[in-house]
Write a protein that binds this ligand. Structure first.
Ligand code: CUA
Length: 151
């Protein structure tokens, strides 16, 4: 008689484990993609917003810059914003790991292929800000730079 109780109990436990596992699988399956900041590095040109790199005004003294990095350039380069602007950079790399550093500011980020990097920087003082790649990315690394002009 005891045997039957143990059998029933262990069967019951097994069912509970199966239900938990099944529930977890379903719950995980229903979750949205856990990281929406992933991008196919082979298809950057076809993937929004990188299909249209450029600068766009999104508010009063607020800009969005969609930028791609690749050996050995920033696209778009030489952007211009009015003094006092806040600029939201949305960045990705088309090939290898690059850096995105804006001299004279705290903006400094690694831009890795397959990921979207976001950097926000406010430019109060007019001037020409040097943008540098600070991750070694090949023979032209030293020359990989552009400028942000604040007027
Ligand atoms: Cu790009 Cu160093």
């Amino acid at each position: 008689k005891d045997e039957k109780i143990w059998l029933t109990l262990s069967f019951g436990l097994m069912m509970i484990f199966m239900l938990i596992t099944g529930y977890q699988a379903v719950a995980e399956g229903m979750e949205p993609p856990s990281n929406t900041d992933i991008i196919d590095p082979q298809k950057v040109d076809q993937t929004a917003p990188f299909d249209k790199p450029g600068i766009k005004q999104i508010g009063d003294k607020e800009y969005e810059v969609v930028m791609t990095l690749q050996v050995f350039s920033f696209n778009p380069g030489n952007i211009e914003v009015p003094a006092g602007s806040t600029v939201h950079f949305i960045l990705t790399s088309k090939d290898v790991v690059h850096g995105f550093e804006i001299a004279e500011t705290n903006a400094n980020a690694m831009v890795t292929p397959g990921y979207i990097q976001k950097v926000t920087q406010k430019f109060d003082k007019p001037g020409s800000y040097l943008v540098l790649c600070n991750e070694y990315c090949g023979a032209g690394h030293q020359a990989m730079s552009t400028t942000i002009t604040v007027k």
